[in-house]
Every structure is written in structure tokens, then in C-alpha cells.
Design a protein around this ligand. Structure first.
Ligand code: EPZ
Length: 430
């Protein structure tokens, strides 16, 4: 298993190009199931999760080409243009061994049901950050007329006469639920109104994609989305938005090391609270023509409290990284996680580097320390692992991050991007 070795204490200075967003690319790729025509996506990141989703879609019969070449070797190119073509859906079953490796694989239930009238999808199960049920996704599909049964760990959804429009109120904001219902409602008969929908930029990107395919959607990016179903969706060409979580991560890393980094291609409009909190922590944020510049000239990091929330609130996907930054603050910061019940696994690992963090329920109190010291640490999930990288960049001496495959799910060329800005970081291959 690969590991990452970091020798801390170097300021990050330079430029980092922000990749296409993993969490936008995944639903866009799934949307290709809605049409027999090709869907071309620009700026697709090269990530383990994308490759896994391609395997899941391959099982349903989706063909893909990279830069115009059919089933080309994909691992060595970035900002990829990929074409997905679901001319014939050959299988409406998504088996356990595929869906259990990536939860977003469950979202194929929406387009399969809408296009084929039937889908049989393995329940994804829990994961490291929490139980993550799919009850609202299923209730929403029932509201659109699906008959759903659950047997032997599989959800069987049927709509023999097709789906119909309906009004559905999500009891809790769910990004995946909003994606699935947007896709399903686009091919349903009549109008669907989704209340308490997710407003994340990734939802807006999916709505743009569906609209380019011929769907009639209004209100994406607000809490109420209206979808007038159409009979047929066509192919389209759509660009994946820049990854706001990757941008936020490198912004924290720049601030953590007292550096000066231009995040090229980042969209500051997608990071409202994140940049505000970063400024409160003592960093300067400048919007430049082609990105955002983050620098910290202040001699110390000011402690800042955060509470995660659905967009436009502070993203849960940046909670661990912000905690990494706060481990060196001059004072105590309170970090409250409200989205997932078990998203503090980085706490024990940060403690191995010398961080002082106490946990009480869903709140962590981070008492900044003057010095972190390098150590061996273990990545437990995608965002937790990158918080260890941020801490390692600040720590004195050598930090080894084990189980790097978590990082590879969502960060493209992490060590290359950081090394180009002066970090002493390398991948130890095994
Ligand atoms: C998406 O997951 C992201 N994944 C997650 O990013 C992100 O943390 C999360 O949204 C929240 O922003 C992708 O986009 C691929 P949710 P999703 O449905 O859609 C509960 C990362 O690190 N819920 O918005 O699965 C759920 O348990 C990943 O990149 C139900 O109770 O998350 C959670 O508490 C991790 N029933 C809350 O809602 C449901 O039917 C929000 O989850 C659905 C969700």
C-alpha cells in the first residue's frame, strides 16, 4: 500500500491548479444513463472514484471514450474530456460488490428507473463516516410513482407505466437525494416540485447538464426546484465545475504554512463561508482573474469556531481539514459536525502529531499548540486523510501517512501539486 512522506516546516508558495470536482463529475457521469445519445463531459478529474463509477456504469452497458479514443488508458491524463454513451442498457441490476465500494453508485437507481421502468440496486450499507441511510431517496421515488421493495439487501424499484410528477419535501437536506430525484423527475410525466432541496454547486452543475440534455428545470441552487418532465433527453456537452473541496483544502494548507498560493481555476463564489472563516483565522484572500490567492502574513493562526451545514453553510467535507489548521491556532476553536454522526476519526490521528483535541458529542474543542511533531498516522477516510497532510506540512520532522488509497479517491496528484509549491512531500510506493 502506498504511503505519503512529508517533512514539515516549508511554506507553500506558488500556484495550484484546481481539478474538476469529484462530487460534480459523479452525478454528471450517472446522468449519461438517461439517454441513448452520447454525453460529453469536460474537465473530468482522474480519480479512483471516477474509475470505480465507470466500472459500475460499464456493468449497465455504458461505453466511454477518452479524448475521442474508445476505452483508452485513462490514468495519465488530467482535465479529461470523456464521452459516455448508454445506447443500450443491458442490465438494470447494480450488484453489491460494485455499489458497496462507492456509495454514489446507488444513485443509478434514479435514471435506470426513469428510463427502463425498473432498477435493482444493492443497498450501499454504512461507511466510515456514518450510517448514511437512503430512506429519503426511496420515499422521493415512491412519491414519483415507484413501487419499492427491499429484499436480500437489494432495493427493487418498479414503475411499469413510467414515473409521474409529484411534490416531495425532503425531511432533511440531501445532496444525493436531490441528484436522484432531479434525474428521475426529468423523464417523469408532468411537473415535480422538490422542497428543501440541496443547493450545492454540484446540484446546479447537474441541473445545467440535464437542461443541456433537454430537461426543463428551474430553481436549481435554491431550496425549491421545479422540473417539468420531458419524454426524451438527448446528448450534450457539459463542463464539470472546479472542485471547491480541493480548493478549500489547499487554501487551508497555504494558510497553515504561512504561505502564498494562487488557487488557479477555483471559484470563490462556491466557497462563501470557507473564505470568510479563513480570513477570520488570519489569512488574506484575494479574488484574482483566474482564481483565488490565499496568503497568511499574520504571525499566528487565530482560533475560529465552525459548524458544518448544508450549502451555503460550512461543508462537512472541509471539517477535518479546518481542524488540521486549527491544531496550531493561538487559542481554542470549537468544531461542530452536524451532517454525519461519525466524522471525527481524524481526531485520534491528529493527536499522534501532538494536537490537543477533546471530543464531546458532535463538538470537538481544538486547543492550539505551538508545535506539532511528525509521526506515523493512518488515513481513515478521504477528507480525514488530507487533514493529516495539512498537519504534517506544519509539523516538525517527518510524517508518514498510511493508507493513501483514501486520498486517491478524491485528490488528483496531491503530492505533485504540493511539491510544486515547495512542500517536501513524496509518495512511497509499495
Ligand atoms: C454527498 O454525499 C457527498 N458525496 C459527500 O461527500 C458529502 O459529505 C455529503 O454530500 C454532504 O455534503 C458525493 O457527492 C459523492 P447527503 P451524500 O445525502 O449525497 C442523511 C466526500 O468526502 N440522509 O447529503 O451521500 C445522511 O445520512 C463525500 O467527498 C438520510 O438520512 O450525502 C446525512 O446525515 C463524503 N437519508 C445527511 O442526510 C437519505 O435518504 C446528508 O447526506 C439521504 C441522506
Amino acid at each position: 500500500m502506498d504511503r505519503i512522506r512529508i517533512v514539515g516546516g516549508h511554506r507553500l508558495n506558488g500556484e495550484i491548479s484546481i481539478s474538476g470536482a469529484k462530487n460534480a463529475a459523479l452525478p454528471l457521469i450517472i446522468a449519461s444513463l438517461l439517454t441513448e445519445e452520447p454525453l460529453t463531459l469536460e474537465n473530468v478529474p482522474s480519480l479512483a472514484d471516477v474509475e470505480q463509477l465507470i466500472r459500475i456504469l460499464g456493468n449497465h452497458g455504458v461505453d466511454y471514450a477518452l479524448h475521442g479514443r474508445r476505452k483508452a488508458h485513462t490514468s495519465s491524463s488530467y482535465a479529461r474530456v470523456m464521452r459516455f454513451e448508454a445506447r443500450n442498457i443491458v442490465n438494470i441490476i447494480a450488484p453489491y460488490d460494485l455499489v458497496s465500494r462507492m456509495r454514489a453508485g446507488f444513485w443509478v437507481i434514479g435514471p435506470l428507473l426513469a428510463r427502463m421502468g425498473e432498477a435493482e440496486i444493492s443497498l450501499p450499507g454504512g461507511c466510515a463516516i456514518g450510517t448514511r441511510p437512503v430512506d429519503f431517496i426511496l420515499d422521493g421515488l415512491r412519491a414519483l410513482g415507484a413501487v419499492i421493495t427491499i429484499e436480500n439487501g437489494y432495493v427493487h424499484a418498479r414503475a411499469a407505466k413510467g414515473l409521474h410528477g409529484a411534490s416531495y419535501h425532503f425531511p432533511k437536506i440531501t445532496v444525493g437525494g436531490t441528484h436522484v430525484l432531479l434525474m428521475a423527475a426529468s423523464l417523469a410525466k408532468g411537473e415535480t416540485v422538490l422542497h428543501n432541496a440541496a443547493q450545492e454547486p454540484e446540484v446546479v452543475n447537474l441541473a445545467e447538464c440535464l437542461t443541456a440534455m433537454g430537461a426543463q428545470i428551474s430553481g436549481a441552487g435554491t431550496r425549491t426546484i421545479r422540473i417539468k418532465g420531458v419524454e426524451y433527453l438527448s446528448g450534450a456537452q457539459v463542463k464539470v465545475i472546479p472542485d471547491r473541496i480541493e480548493a478549500g483544502t489547499y487554501a487551508f494548507a497555504a494558510a497553515a504554512t504561512g504561505g502564498n498560493v494562487l488557487l488557479r481555476g477555483a471559484n470563490p463564489n462556491h466557497l462563501p463561508i470557507v473564505l470568510e472563516k479563513l480570513q477570520q483565522a488570519g489569512a488574506r484572500v484575494d479574488w484574482e482573474e483566474d482564481g483565488v490567492r490565499i496568503r497568511r502574513e499574520a504571525p499566528f493562526i487565530t482560533p475560529v469556531d465552525i459548524e458544518t451545514a448544508a450549502y451555503p453553510g460550512f461543508p462537512t467535507d472541509l471539517q477535518a481539514q479546518f481542524m488540521g489548521l486549527m491544531t496550531r491556532a493561538q487559542g481554542t476553536a470549537k468544531i461542530t459536525e452536524t451532517i454525519f454522526e461519525n466524522r471525527f476519526m481524524h481526531v485520534q490521528e491528529l493527536a499522534r502529531l501532538g494536537a490537543h483535541i477533546s471530543l464531546a458529542g458532535q463538538t470537538a474543542e481544538v486547543e492550539g499548540v505551538p508545535l506539532l511533531q511528525g509521526a506515523q498516522v493512518m488515513a481513515t477516510d478521504l477528507r480525514a486523510s488530507v487533514s493529516l497532510v495539512i498537519a504534517g506540512l506544519m509539523a516538525e520532522g517527518e510524517t508518514i501517512v498510511n493508507r493513501v488509497y483514501h486520498l486517491d479517491r478524491g485528490f488528483e496528484r496531491l503530492e505533485e501539486k504540493l511539491a510544486a509549491c515547495g512542500a517536501e512531500i513524496e509518495r512511497l510506493r509499495s
